[in-house]
Design a protein around this ligand. Structure first.
Ligand code: UTP
Length: 292
């Protein structure tokens, strides 16, 4: 029986060193793209896929992330008093039902695999989605919804994948692939950050996953991988051959918002989606166009 996908884990305990000094006292997941913090894009995307329960893996200096999903009584009262109904509705819309969001502390950032293992009590025996909020995806259909559909179709784990330049495989988790129908790819192996000459393909995992709970027992071995971190890729690799495992070439454009240039590009792309600002943005962009 294929269980309904109801849970999502959002790891936000990384140090965000690529975004210093912005991330010295503030989580990178609170950085806004246009006017919404990255974490809220991730939660909204998961909700659009039917997910109801959320677990944020946090660390030191991440309290703003928790506050963001709390009720802001004073602010709401003031908005009401001033008749700012649109803003009030926006806040209410983002609010989750009491008990639907929990946080778990990853005391030491030992890697993404370790972060996910910290959510083991929340995950229990259920399938779950993982969204890395610093990967932001612009798409017709929310990426997690696309993955959820593929999960219901295959009954196994599904990860979102994209092609990366062959000389950059050492930055990503890379797939070894079997049968491929152009959209769904059977995964026969996974390697974290292989050198280009060792990479089994140029298909890379991005920060969206739907996994079966079995991954937890593999992560529990706490084996250190690339960068001496407990890698989620290594835990997932151990599942292959036991339960179905696929990559999904999702529809959409992904922005790496943990990277400064990727973050800037996301600002532009998302601003261009907003009718009230698209024309202004296009106009000012013209000023910066290279001229030969
Ligand atoms: P990154 O590889 O982007 O690491 O983590 P980072 O620490 O956030 O950023 P840089 O590379 O130092 O700039 C990918 C995701 O995994 C989470 C991060 O919060 C991010 O969402 N993560 C990573 C954890 O929650 N715990 C960890 O130990 C490592």
């Amino acid at each position: 029986m294929i269980k309904k996908l109801r849970k999502a884990v959002l790891p936000v305990a990384g140090l965000g060193t690529r975004f210093l000094p912005a991330t010295k006292a503030m989580a990178k997941e609170m950085l806004p793209v246009v006017d919404k913090p990255l974490i809220q894009y991730a939660i909204d995307e998961a909700r659009a896929a039917g997910i109801e329960q959320f677990c944020m893996i946090t660390g030191r200096g991440k309290m703003a992330l928790v506050e963001h999903f709390d009720v802001a009584y004073e602010l709401e009262a003031t908005l009401k008093l001033r008749g700012k109904e649109t803003e009030l509705a926006m806040l209410k819309d983002a609010q989750l039902s009491p008990g639907d969001i929990v946080t778990v502390r990853q005391q030491v950032p030992l890697g993404l695999g370790h972060a996910i293992w910290c959510a083991r009590a929340f995950i229990g025996d259920d399938p779950f989605a993982i969204l890395l909020p610093d990967d932001l995806i612009l798409s017709q259909e929310p990426c997690t919804k696309q993955l959820a559909e593929a999960y219901y179709q295959t009954g196994g784990s599904v990860v979102a994948v994209t092609e990366v330049p062959q000389d950059q495989t050492n930055k990503y988790g890379i797939l070894e692939i079997g049968a491929d129908d152009g959209r769904l790819v059977e995964v026969t192996g996974l390697v974290e950050k292989p050198r280009p000459e060792d990479a089994p393909s140029n298909l890379s995992v991005i920060g969206r996953y739907v996994l079966l709970p079995d991954v937890i027992e593999h992560l529990a071995r706490m084996e250190r991988g690339a960068g001496n971190e407990v890698q989620l890729t290594d835990g997932m690799a151990r599942m292959i051959g036991h339960t179905p495992f696929h990559g999904l070439r999702y529809e959409g454009q992904r922005f790496d918002c943990g990277d400064k240039v990727g973050f800037l590009e996301a600002q532009i792309a998302f601003a261009l989606q907003r009718p009230e600002m698209a024309r202004h943005v296009r106009n000012f962009l013209r000023k910066y166009q290279e001229t030969d």
